[in-house]
Design a protein around this ligand. Structure first.
Ligand SMILES: C[S@@+](CC[C@H](N)C(=O)[O-])C[C@H]1O[C@@H](n2cnc3c(N)ncnc32)[C@H](O)[C@@H]1O
Length: 277
């Protein structure tokens, strides 16, 4: 039996994946420690038995539904390559919209920025990489996520970001921020999507927020004013059907200029308000 790159990719079966060829190429390139372009350049190259065995093992795990990012151990976000783990969510392209809005609305001058539920550190690290004059704090309740974010910070050599273990605002003391961003858990506990696809492998601590999915968002909106300077913004990512509810919660709490922003799919994905009181 031939173990050429072309033959292995042709035989790879991933019937439940939306992107079977891409997944197989990413996994094989990972096993070989090469870029994907190598596979196209050297299709006839024969692989050693241990490489073939490793590829087939990863392929079998992918067939069970394990996300490619967990199998590779990394995921691209913004301009950064981030390590990922089962302690937290795999960063999503939709969340880059939150980064864009934060960069537009955030202060031009040196400022303190807070990222609640930082996970891999994706949002905090993206903001810190774009704004050297911002000091960014990222917090997470999961110690494994805080360690992962710190590891990503070290690999990216970003000095203007710090990660803390905290249950939302609990460990922040008297700190005040000019901008608070969050991509908190926002899925309802009985949402059937939790039993489908890649999210089955991601922790409930990163996904689920009470009966209606808004439990953490309510808490954040209620508490944030104590930590925002006058004129500071709170920006929240949420589910595509939650924008109206989030706008209402912000308005009821006294936020001004409340508005939503669309993601690439045209869904209202980010909602925020400015605190003046
Ligand atoms: C949807 S994930 C977002 C991760 C990351 N910010 C991103 O956008 O990829 C939500 C994160 O919030 C964290 N989290 C959940 N409850 C929390 C709490 N009470 N306090 C702090 N972080 C919490 C989870 O551990 C998880 O890392």
């Amino acid at each position: 039996m031939t173990h050429s790159i072309a033959a292995l990719l042709a035989q790879a079966q991933l019937p439940d994946s939306d992107t079977p060829r891409l997944d197989a190429e990413l996994l094989l390139a990972h096993v070989l420690g090469k870029p994907r372009s190598y596979l196209l350049t050297w299709p006839e190259r024969q692989l050693a038995e241990p490489q073939v065995a490793r590829f087939l093992t990863l392929l079998a795990r992918r067939r069970q539904g394990e996300p490619v990012a967990y199998l590779l151990g990394e995921q691209g976000f913004w301009s950064l390559s981030l390590q990922v783990s089962a302690d937290t969510l795999i960063p999503r392209p939709d969340t880059e919209r939150l980064v864009e809005v934060a960069l537009q609305l955030g202060p031009q001058h040196p400022a303190q920025i807070l990222d609640l539920g930082t996970g891999t550190g994706a949002i905090a690290l993206a903001l810190a990489s774009e704004r050297a004059h911002w000091q960014v704090i990222g917090v997470d309740r999961m110690p494994g996520a805080v360690a992962l974010a710190e590891n990503n910070r070290t690999r990216l050599a970003l000095a203007n970001v710090q990660f803390l273990h905290s249950d939302w605002f609990a460990a922040l003391g008297q700190r005040q921020f000019q901008l608070i961003v969050a991509n908190p858990p926002y899925i309802a506990a009985d949402d059937p999507h939790l039993q489908q696809g890649d999210v089955r492998f991601e922790p409930a601590s990163a996904l689920v927020s009470g009966a209606d999915g808004l439990c953490d968002i309510r808490h954040i909106i209620d508490s944030a004013p104590s930590y925002l300077q006058a004129g500071g913004w709170l920006l929240l990512e949420h589910g595509w059907q939650q924008a109206e509810a989030v706008r209402q919660l912000l308005s009821e709490r006294g936020f001004e200029a409340v508005q939503s922003w669309q993601d690439l799919g045209g869904h209202q994905r980010v909602t925020g308000g400015c605190w003046h009181a």
